[in-house]
Design a protein around this ligand. Sequence first.
Ligand code: CP
Length: 312
Amino acid sequence: MNLFHIIEVQQFKDRGLLEDIFSLSARMEKLDESKDLSLLLPSVPRRKILASLFYEPSTRTRLSFESAMKRLGGDVISTEDAPHFSSAVKGESLTDTIKVVSSFADAIVLRHYEEGSAKRASEVSKVPIINAGDGPGQHPTQALLDLYTIKKELGRIDNLKVCFVGDLLYSRTVHSLVYLLAQQNNIELYFVSPEEIRMPRDIADYLKEKGCPFFEQETLFEVAHIVDILYVTRVQKERFRSIVEYERVKDSYVVDKQITQAMKEGSRILHPLPRVQELPPEIDSDSRSAYFRQADNGLYLRMSLLSMLLKQ
Ligand code: CP
């Protein structure tokens, strides 16, 4: 299958494609460790260029994409605070910006605050658009690195019980990973959140249609002992219309030692990061806490995707 734009995880239904991405990611990690750069992107007739356009803040996604591109031997042009330091300030539309930047680069990684923005960008771009988060919509490369992490940590991506806890309404990483997991075999999902920020109904309907069982509840302790993966998310203050609503739900769940003691020996805790109060540093030393290893995997997964998109 030929990849061009990466907009949503529904593009990754093909198990063979997932396996290719994961095995190339593992190869990238080995090459990087051994400093063997034989898989560099072609630099003739010129080095490939990645444009990173970020209209929302980012640490992991932007810097891992930029690092990935440079490690592959490519180059990067970027605007890290596009709402203030690009011509968006002067009123330029996203689609006009994309039309122009797609002449300057071989691929564009885009993070934007509007759901659907990456798709709109892909409709006018001459080069691949990689969705690095479109508001509360999707974050497909995060979901791929999450699934890659599950594969590395547990040795499988089928036969899993996965619990998502926290902000299920606004978390694009949750939305993407739920869609991606629903495409695997024998997956059981548990959604734990306050009523105000529960899973969007269109995603719940999708799961029903796919026949993927899911259970919604407000208590984490009840499910902690049965899950293989506990995927924790931050309550996203920036997406709430009122600070009062945010304050009401922000401390609903904390994955502390009481929760980890209830969890299975072979389970894992994931979090896309950044974290705030929901994941206290006291559990970092638990070998099941895999969130920093998960962030590390982002670099290799993104090297793999860039190399697949830009090798031609
Ligand atoms: N996980 C993630 O998307 O992190 P950043 O917001 O730092 O890119």
